[in-house]
Ligand binder design. Structure first.
Ligand code: SF4
Length: 229
């Protein structure tokens, strides 16, 4: 993995600067505690951020605390989730919030295996919680982050490998910032079907954009470039 060090350092510097200028603002990016973070992550599954944002405000105004949500039960929460096409997530959210209140004394566990026991919490949400709530040096890799790293490094990566690279090469204290910047770059610039390389801060060292330094085969690189057009 040593050969990635210089390129990930470039990515870190470029993204930090780009994010300061162009990063998106969402209510769940402030100090919202474990409750706000869970609400947001349950809403963001297969949902556009703008749609999730409206539902997030509605959930927080109707159920401002985890206690409010737990005692309200599934039915009123499901009404909100139904409007964004994710009714089944309401029950898991309510069960998870109630479990945290009853079994963990109202504090979300900062342990990966414990988090996975909570309904609706998989690898990605567990990692978001470890990073954002518990302050751990943990990366969270969704399809946006994986797509950018695959294109930028010109390498086939699994989610696990991508997370390992970020955790290894992005310094403690900056990983969360870089991780969130990657989410935004994936949504705004390095899109699945159309990569806007001409406005991307990573263009100077991107394997897919420049065609240099890629460990992908020629046909794989060409396939990626076709997708970029
Ligand atoms: S230069 Fe193009 S392909 Fe590379 S990361 Fe940026 S948008 Fe994606």
């Amino acid at each position: 993995m040593v050969e990635y060090s210089g390129r990930l350092e470039f990515l870190r510097r470029s993204l930090m600067e780009w994010f300061r200028r162009s990063g998106r603002k969402f209510p769940w990016r402030g100090e919202v505690g474990w409750y706000g973070i869970l609400l947001a992550e349950f809403l963001l599954v297969r949902t556009r951020s703008e749609v999730a944002e409206r539902a997030f405000h509605e959930l927080l105004s109707r159920f401002p605390t985890p206690e409010n949500l737990c005692s309200a039960g599934v039915v009123p929460v499901r009404e909100i989730f139904e409007r964004i096409g994710l009714p089944s997530r309401a029950e898991r959210l309510v069960t998870t919030v109630c479990t945290i209140l009853r079994e963990y004394g109202g504090r979300i566990p900062c342990d990966y295996q414990e988090l996975l026991k909570l309904p609706g919490v998989g690898d990605y949400i567990a990692r978001v919680v470890l990073s954002r709530v518990c302050g751990k040096h943990v990366a969270f890799v969704d399809s946006n982050v994986l797509r950018i790293l695959t294109r930028f490094l010109g390498a086939r990566l699994s989610v696990t490998k991508a997370a390992e690279l970020l955790e290894r090469y992005i310094p403690k204290g900056e990983l969360l910032y870089v991780n969130v910047a990657l989410l935004d770059l994936g949504a705004l610039v390095c899109k699945p079907r159309k990569a806007l390389c001409y406005i991307c801060p990573l263009t100077p060292r991107c394997s897919t954009s420049s065609g240099t330094g890629s460990s992908l085969s020629r046909s794989e690189t060409l396939r990626l470039r076709v997708v970029l057009k």
